[in-house]
Design a protein around this ligand. Sequence first.
Ligand SMILES: Nc1ncnc2c1ncn2[C@@H]1O[C@H](COP(=O)(O)OP(=O)(O)OP(=O)(O)O)[C@@H](O)[C@H]1O
Length: 246
Amino acid sequence: MNNSIIQIQNLKFNWDKSKVPFIIIPELEVLKSEHLLIKGDSGSGKTTFLNLISGVLPLSSGEIKILGENLVDVSSSKRDAIRANHMGVIFQMFNLIPYLSVIENVLIPIHFSEVKKNKIRAKGIGPKEEAIRLLTELGLQQKEIHEKKVTELSVGQQQRVAAARALIGSPEIILADEPTSALDENNSMRFLDLLLEECKKNNSTLLYVSHDSRIHQKFQQSISIHDFTEDMPIAEKTKKEAVVCS
Ligand SMILES: Nc1ncnc2c1ncn2[C@@H]1O[C@H](COP(=O)(O)OP(=O)(O)OP(=O)(O)O)[C@@H](O)[C@H]1O
């Protein structure tokens, strides 16, 4: 059985196509259940890279295959469907809907994906039950919290809601963009451990952006996305290609 979830070949990207690409990934394969750490300085292109993987941004050069489907060959609506059915995203600023309750926020992806809805049905439970199960696993078990507006929660609680929303419907891929940047060290570590545990239970592949090099040992693979400066000689630029280490 092919365990490949993400395959990248010759990926190069710059917003301005006439300029030297700032993301260069010659080759990268991420397998089912694998956890990939994405490092790099601020502004180096980590969020841009996740947006290419999720199909929010179209590729200008190279290819990205998600579950065998080449994003270059498919329409933008098909890319949206791949994202809705097979991915869960935790954004840097969480992107929760402020006027909705905690449960309603967690259930949002279910409204956009029959695939996710069916995966929950296959467990013999309903979406709300699954949302409560996930919130409980992530440490938000108090019933009164579930009905609160997300704006009434602490940052750490909001982050757990964002994680539950990404995990609902057991997507094959979880993309997490520096989800702990607003948390202290202890809470960041606790959150990462909870997320890794949930991904393991679902056999989800995790792509996790972080500045924190101390968490390196928790991941099977890591890539560094480097910042390229305009005046750097070309030889330096090729040396600084994204480094893939196992
Ligand atoms: N929509 C856009 N149009 C043009 N340039 C953009 C756009 N979004 C980001 N950029 C530029 O692309 C580069 C990479 O940005 P990106 O947000 O991917 O970096 P990052 O590594 O995620 O940074 P941080 O760690 O600070 O979140 C930056 O130079 C940024 O200014």
